[in-house]
Design a protein around this ligand. Sequence first.
Ligand SMILES: [Zn+2]
Length: 476
Amino acid sequence: MKIYNSLSRQLEDFVPLNPEQVSIYSCGPTVYDYIHMGNARTALVTDIVRRYLVYRGYKVKLVQNLTDIDDKIINRAAELGVSAKQLAHQNGEAFFEDSQRLGIHCADVHPKATEHIPEMISLIQTLIDKGAAYVIDGSVYYRVNQFAEYGKLSGRKPEDLLAGARVEVDERKEDPRDFDMWKAAKPGEPAWESPWGKGRPGWHIECSAMAMKHLGETIDIHAGGEDLLFPHHENEIAQSELATGRTFARYWMHIAFLKIDGRRMGKSEHNFILLRDALDHYPTEVIRHFLISAHYRHPLDYNPESLAKSEGALRRLNNCLDALKKYEGGKDGVPSSNLDRETLPLQEAIQTMKSRFVEAMDTDFNTAQALGAIFTLVGEVNRSLATFDGAAAPVFARAYQVLTETCGVLGIYDMDAEDDNNVEQRDQLIALLLDVRQEARSRKDWDTSDKIRDRLKELNIEIQDTRDGATWKIIS
Ligand SMILES: [Zn+2]
């Protein structure tokens, strides 16, 4: 497997530190509001990275934090006239609810910043003891010039950093690049006791402390949105590596922005679509398909046309899997009859699809190509379903198995929904109608037979008469 490492700016072979367990830390949301589709892209990619590693036989420990104390939370809470704690709690719950609706599996640990204040204080103290931090008026600053490798992730040179940092000069800092790890309390703001007086942690120290507490001093994969690369991740590295003397994260993955009308979707841009609103309009699988229809390092545009394309693709996939489902659990293998030669292209297509899927995902989780492989096979299966009947059942059973397995990794096929009571009842009703129609046909009552066929077609259910009797499928 290869992962593009933002640190080395190249594809690298993926070799976890501990072959038994891959550790992943993903920067979670600052819970001052609901998450938007751009945030959802980052969360979904992390979910798929984890699912795929599990599919490839790894054990994975995923930690995704909640930043539940921050300027944004304090300001928003003041606007709304609620406490910062209450606002963070509500939005934290909403985040879990939205993630679950998008089919994102819970991380192994969801640490909250406010529950890790002692760890943050201890890490800051270590940095002070090493001469890498200084205290001014109850705030603690990181001394950037103590870390020779500062800038290695973002590739920014000291002079660029100085120019950038001058925008918000704090005269008290020794160097404009220095950043705060502990903020002295301001009246009315939430604050915790510390050796430097009452205050609260800075955002960067939160992630360093939570990542190391739950995953150790060195983690395998650190993931986050590309907007976090600088300064957040650069600062996480500086704090963690100076404190421990070890590599903090071995592979840095950055997920590209979601765009809307050609601009980055973001709260600050006032052009965002909330995930929960999108989920009210589109099924989970359609949104998942859309969000992974481009490779995670490439930009992706949110627009109704793209979502309509994903809807169409999902309809094709579901029709195909519905048609294949009846072969599920059938004898897996090759047909023994003379169909053997005729179904050979389909057998080969199944094999090709599986290797293309693995190759795509092994190459930096290329979901766009993985979807391409899946939909090529869907096309092949649809052609074969029209040609072959039950005699090709073993090949169809194999196709069903491979498709559900790979779609399961991407989370674009909800097998549970298929077992839904409604679906079961629908299938039984259609079977009943087909029986009635068959009886009518045997009486040569063509009017009734045609009426059933036509009325079902109005309901987007198409009947096909085959040698083995009538079958049906859902059409768009
Ligand atoms: Zn973070």
